[in-house]
Design a binder for this molecule. Structure first.
Ligand SMILES: Nc1ncnc2c1ncn2[C@@H]1O[C@H](COP(=O)(O)OP(=O)(O)OP(=O)(O)O)[C@@H](O)[C@H]1O
Ligand SMILES: [Mg+2]
Length: 408
């Protein structure tokens, strides 16, 4: 990370302008932090405090050595050895990593060196907890602004079987076909993950494998581990993942998703199972949530309850919600689109037609939509959703249809 903004926030952090979000202990962007601390009691206190901060990974060491790799912030708790700290500061600055000093009693000489090497903040030890969270949020915000982060769109079922997986796969495949952007799909159906079959991928690496080796997943690894066809990547999910995976491991899902966001242009999540404990962080990270419903009373009733959970219980902004009425037909239901808008209290609505051929052929074969001959209507409808909602560049519109058909 560069040090371009560091000059104006040296001092004892009275004037922090960064708003603290819903949860003051959650960083807006993941930080990998290294704490250099000689004193075991202070280290213990700090680690207890920092363990409660979400989106923060901390490594601890007593001497800097070669520990800097993969960290974007270093916190140095000062002892009495100024010479050592000076040499640490130089080593940190050489790697262009931001650093914070913690001390109640810092010499002028050391302050000069720290300022020269653009220290982010010098924090008083007495107020450490209060001041540190602000410093971490500041560092996290700066890092976020300097990074390219893909937005995450979640496709969630209003009621099981409504077509969330089908819609996710179509959105993913068509948006990858019509653009050069790197599109990632995460299969977050932790029970019946099915997208590997949909795309006919031969999976040998799954979401749980990625969670288990999260620390090793640098930018190159995260891309190479995903199943990939041209610019479309899939992070597959094994059936019965939830049952067979340690809950603590599943708790790292948001960290994994951040890595995917940092290495793609758009991330789509298939949340066929609706709201579940382990996948809530994905909903919180979503820029948009596309709720798939069908045109019947039961589906609308369950979807209404889902919307209540999302907005009232999870505090998700209703503006992020969009409805997709799947298997839409003007003939087979007397529930109109206006009825659906009224019942659900959401105006932003799209339709995807019913495709009888798909309903019959797709179930057993797991074929993606585009292999079904009569797919034009659905393809147009999905393209409409992409055009309206997805922040992707579509380079040459005239060749759009050619591109869509290029792999058929
Ligand atoms: N628009 C459509 N027209 C015809 N068939 C469809 C349509 N959308 C989905 N289907 C079919 O409905 C079945 C269920 O779809 P899908 O697996 O996408 O649902 P889901 O909501 O992900 O289900 P689950 O709750 O099991 O995860 C599939 O066989 C799929 O091919
Ligand atoms: Mg599904």
């Amino acid at each position: 990370m560069n040090n371009q903004n560091s000059n104006n926030i040296i001092g004892f952090s009275e004037s922090h302008s960064v708003p603290i979000d819903r949860d003051p202990q959650t960083l807006p962007f993941p930080l990998n932090c290294l704490v250099v601390c000689q004193n075991p009691t202070m280290r213990q206190d700090l680690s207890t405090y920092l363990a409660a901060v979400t989106n923060l990974k901390v490594d601890y060491c007593t001497t800097l050595d070669n520990n800097l790799k993969n960290h974007n912030l270093v916190i140095v708790l000062l002892d009495n050895n100024d010479q050592q700290v000076k040499s640490d500061i130089k080593a940190i600055a050489k790697h262009d990593i931001d650093f914070i000093l913690v001390s109640d009693n810092i010499s002028n000489d050391l302050i000069r060196t720290a300022v020269h090497f653009k220290v982010k903040e010098i924090i008083s030890q007495q107020n450490l907890e209060l001041e540190l969270i602000h410093s971490l949020i500041n560092a996290s915000n700066e890092l976020m602004q300097a990074s390219k982060i893909a937005p995450l769109y979640t496709v969630i079922n209003g009621k099981s079987g409504s077509g969330a997986s089908f819609i996710t796969s179509c959105l993913g495949e068509i948006s990858a076909n019509i653009s050069n952007e790197e599109i990632a799909i995460i299969d977050a159906d932790l029970n019946y993950g099915s997208l590997t079959d949909t795309f006919n991928f031969d999976a040998n690496y799954y979401l749980t494998d990625a969670l288990n080796e999260l620390d090793k997943l640098d930018n190159t690894a995260i891309k190479s581990m995903m199943l990939k066809r041209d610019n479309l990547s899939l992070l597959a999910c094994k059936p019965y993942t939830q049952l067979n995976t340690n809950p603590q491991t599943l708790g790292y899902l948001d960290q994994l998703v951040w890595k995917v966001k940092l290495n793609h242009d758009l991330v789509l999540v298939d949340l066929s199972r609706g709201v579940e404990k382990f996948t809530i962080p994905l909903l919180n990270l979503s820029s948009k949530i596309l709720i798939v419903v069908q045109q019947n009373i039961l589906s609308l009733r369950e979807t209404k309850m889902l919307i209540q959970q999302l907005t009232q219980h999870l505090g998700i902004d209703v503006e992020k919600l969009h409805i997709i009425v799947n298997r839409y037909s003007t003939k087979n239901s007397n529930i109109s689109l206006d009825d659906i808008k009224k019942v659900l209290g959401i105006d932003k609505l799209y339709v995807v037609s019913n495709n009888y051929q798909l309903a019959n052929a797709g179930i057993d074969s797991g074929s993606p939509l585009l292999k079904v001959a009569d797919h034009k209507a659905i393809q147009d409808e999905i393209s409409q959703i992409i055009g309206d909602l997805f922040p992707i560049d579509i380079p040459v519109k005239t060749t759009l249809l050619n591109k869509i058909f290029r792999r058929l």
